[in-house]
Write a protein that binds this ligand. Sequence first.
Ligand code: BTN
Length: 261
Amino acid sequence: MSADGMRRPSLQAERLAALAPTWQVEILAETTSTNAVCAQRARDGAPEGLVVTTEHQYAGRGRLDRVWEMPPRAALATSVLLRPTLPPERWTWLPLMAGVAVARTIEGRLKWPNDVLLGPELKKVCGILVERIETPAGPAAVLGIGINTSLTPDELPIPHATSLQIERGEEVDRTGVLVTLLAEIADAYALLVHDPEELSADYLALSATVGMRVRAELPSGGALAGTASGIDPYGRLLITQADGLTQAVGAGDIVHLRPLD
Ligand code: BTN
């Protein structure tokens, strides 16, 4: 652990152990990727409710095959194992559901599908990567959540990133953020299972994207510009183009554009 890492407080194991039996939290001193570890535990038979977190993730995975690295103890890198018994079309809502839980935890806004933005300039403070894993006990979902807690401006990976500490101007209780996050995940997951329309309404209320002019940069290399006009039942972003045609986008990077005068 570097000198910088040692200056930052470690996670409080006792507070996290108190969340059992709902959540079984495993804290790793360091790891490549909490998603990779959680997925392996799932294949080995771990039950729903396993939470893998770490003091230092040094080869984390991001969306669209990007890397997600963070200095020791400066961020919360956490993966939550769920074993949803949902119809296939509702699995596509898991990434959005995780976004709702994080946005509620840190009072952020959502850039579709699930980047969480904070501050007057709406900078990215959290990234989420949800992976579906095939296991002997059936399909499982790993919700991978990375929240920048105490990164300083010179540690930020991209210009449009921020951290809780930068925005709040005070030290962040990383353990407290994780405790609240897990409670919010439990609530949002219950909505996904029992009241998906309410979850969809909650998502829209937190969305910084819907209503904006956007450009979607598609995995195929193409792009689509228009007004983000809603979210469809599969969690895809609806983009209405200037000619009135509406298209649903299921994957890609969204750029928020300035409104037209
Ligand atoms: C993104 O590209 O915005 C998503 C980043 C997701 C990072 C988190 S950190 C915890 C979990 N483990 C990983 O390897 N990735 C996710």
